[in-house]
Design a protein around this ligand. Structure first.
Ligand code: PLP
Length: 435
């Protein structure tokens, strides 16, 4: 980290959220990270260019691979997650694609929780096998043994969400990490809903952490982006089944990423091969907005969590509400896991069920005034959606049930407005929904 005054002390989370990866601009002294809106960078000379192209020297060539604004974002998120390196992408889905791209070959499998963001279910179940031949084996049980039983010799990774969207499920990260460790495969954790402020999966044994930075990290509903953070702790060569990271790479004169770059192998590969050949780099403007958003992450998450708990308690006492799935409520089946993995709060995205079912759900989303009816989470504003009629619409009845998005479910993403105003809006919309 550039701003570290001495190596004895590690800065706290809030300090790193403001400073990690950034320094005053060497050319101008600009204190905020400049938006380097450029495609390419002038070489010193031919020798310099050759060293850059051969990965013998780290530097900037072309913004599809690396960009100074994007690099600050990468360093900042890696620091917050306690990772070795990070690769920013155009979206959360691009981060997932880039991650599996380094690990999988056609015909291989990975285990995935079935309790996932709806878009990830589509990506894993339909597009990955069709385009790349990567097969997701969905695991129904949430306990570590369910994952252990599903392992086969073709399993290359395990994918879970720390806090699953929309089911309110908290994963037992450490126990599932142990299954991955025994099988000598990486555990990938989607930490979008928790953010590193609430949960740091690498501290519990995760190998890789992916995010949709679109959500709480950027935090203001104004930029789509993603990131994959590598812990730097997995021995790709010893595992003997990740040729992209351990074997000679023809695109770089036979270079072996793990042998050459050690604990930075995954991150350098993700830039030098993943972003270079697939192309889903993050734009500097989005990186700038996300860097700015992250500076207030701790403050926002505190308010998001406090508001969400108040709203969950209000809904639990409301006669039109059948159930509330918020891991922060003491009677949630996930409360103990939530307190273990997310001691500062259970996030601000959760679901509840309306006694009136599908029709009441439609009336509810049409009845809100302060809430926005849209397909996003993690905005400063309070957001509402009825998954069965929107995000989970493409799923079959069975798929809906399995993913926890039954027709009566409403998903909320509680913003940072005044709690009383959020509750008053839900109260008036609930009156419309029961009419
Ligand atoms: C939104 C989201 C994604 C996908 O991210 P995009 O930035 O929309 O591509 C993946 N996982 C979770 C948990 C999400 O909420």
């Amino acid at each position: 980290m550039t701003d570290q005054p001495n190596e004895q002390r590690t800065f706290g989370f809030e300090t790193r959220a403001v400073h990690a990866g950034a320094a005053p601009d060497p050319a101008t002294g600009a204190r905020a990270t400049p938006i380097y809106q450029t495609t390419s960078y002038v070489f010193d000379d031919v020798e310099d260019a050759a060293a850059l192209f051969n990965l013998q020297k780290m530097g900037f060539i072309y913004s599809r691979l690396t960009n100074p604004t994007v690099s600050v974002l990468e360093e900042r998120i890696a620091s917050l997650e306690g990772g070795r390196g990070a690769t920013a992408t155009s979206s959360g889905h691009a981060a997932q694609m880039l991650t599996f791209f380094a690990l999988m070959s056609p015909g291989e499998e990975f285990l995935s929780s079935r309790k996932l963001y709806g878009g990830s279910l589509n990506q894993f179940a339909n597009s990955f096998p069709r385009a790349f031949g990567w097969k997701a084996i969905f695991v129904d049980g949430e306990d570590a043994d369910s994952y252990r039983r599903a392992l086969t010799p073709k399993t290359k990774a395990i994918f879970i969400e720390s806090l699953a969207n929309p089911g309110g499920v908290v994963s037992d990260i450490a126990a599932i990490a142990e299954v991955a460790r025994e099988a000598n495969i990486p555990l990938i954790v989607d930490n979008t809903m928790a953010t590193p402020y609430l949960c740091r999966p690498i501290e519990h044994g995760a190998t890789l952490v992916v995010h949709s930075t679109t959500k709480f990290l950027s935090g203001h509903g104004n930029s789509v982006g993603g990131v994959v953070v590598d812990s730097g702790k997995f021995d790709w060569t010893a595992a003997g089944k990740y040729p992209a990271l351990s074997d000679p790479e023809p695109g770089y004169h036979g270079l072996r990423f793990h042998e050459t770059f050690g604990d930075l192998a995954f991150t350098i590969h993700a830039h030098a091969i993943g972003l270079r050949d697939l192309g889903p780099n993050q734009q500097p403007m989005n990186a700038f907005l996300t860097i700015t958003g992250i500076e207030t992450l701790a403050l926002r998450m505190e308010r998001h969590c406090a508001n969400a708990l108040k709203v969950a308690e209000f809904l639990q006492g409301h006669p039109a509400v059948a159930w509330v799935n918020y891991a922060g409520l003491p009677d949630s089946p996930y409360n103990a896991l939530s307190r273990k993995y997310m001691p500062k709060g259970a996030g601000s995205v959760f679901t509840f069920g309306l006694k009136g079912g599908f029709d009441a759900g439609v009336a509810m989303v049409e009845g809100v005034e302060l809430f926005s009816h849209l397909a996003n989470i993690g905005d400063t504003r309070s957001l509402i959606i009825h998954p069965a009629s929107t995000t989970h619409r493409q799923l079959s009845e069975e798929g809906l049930k399995a993913s926890g998005a039954t027709p009566d479910v409403i998903r909320l993403s509680i913003g940072i407005e005044s709690a009383e105003d959020i509750i008053a809006d839900l109260d008036q919309a609930l009156k419309k929904a029961v009419r």
